[in-house]
Design a protein around this ligand. Sequence first.
Ligand SMILES: [Mn+2]
Length: 325
Amino acid sequence: MTTNVPERLLREIQDHDRFLITSHIHPDGDAIGSSLALARLLATLGKSAVIWMRDPAPTVYRPLPGNDAVHIGETPPAGFPEAFERLVVLECPTPERAGLPAAIEALPVLNIDHHLGNDDYGVVNWIDTNSASVGAMVYRMAHALSAPVDADTATLLYLTLVTDTGGFRFSNTNAEAFEAAASLMRAGACPETVSRWLYESQPAAVIKLVGETLRTLELHANGRVATVWLTREMAQRAGAREGDSEGLIDYPRSIAGVDAVALMRQVDEASYKVSLRSRGAIDVERVARGFGGGGHPNAAGFTLRGEREVLFRQTLDALTEAVEA
Ligand SMILES: [Mn+2]
């Protein structure tokens, strides 16, 4: 783990001119913000950069500067792979997270990440698990490369800090995150714009979906376990689209005394995606693994086929057992 940008990474950037940038499937604020910012920084150094993502950014990120130019889907961008010299992979602990095996196999990878357990799959690997966001690492790269940071780039990098720290609330919020935020503000970052994108740009369907979902809220295990579920019919009623259920699980998680949460979402006629969240030592990754899924100790998930009531009962039993263990 290194705070400073490795010399080898700086040389890789300096010695090449044509970059492809990618990040993980279902991109979040750090994935999209750090990718867009890095592309802008490379441009200020006279280099070309194309961003290739498997999935489009969630609706709230559509107004981000440069988002329109992102190449989306499994089909490679024009000129791939010959038109590119290096692939920068941001925010992916394993290469599979990018969801673009063709890209990973075709080009030497510069791996920049802040996740624990990164597989070191690049020709250069810069992993700083202490960094609040990958965007903050890109900012350090800008300094190390003496690349000017304009106001839009500063706003994109500030956004990565806000989203990955939950608005400077999560346990990864550190002094370095505040120092980077202050420095980005001096470079022209606009917190008000970021707040408008993140908190005041939801499609009405998302809020209706919150209403639909919270009607199913139940508390179990003396209030320590909360469950919610979401059927396709409910999603239809709200007018919701793929990705609109992102963040729903945070509502039951905000209840006092709740230590673990399950959100069961119908994906097709007979299959359900279950998301689990927990606090402290309650290991939901283990619960998810028991159903063939995976994740992190406090955030995990799995997919099941069958009847909703049966699957719900199985999930609840396993989660209650984990909480009471
Ligand atoms: Mn991140």
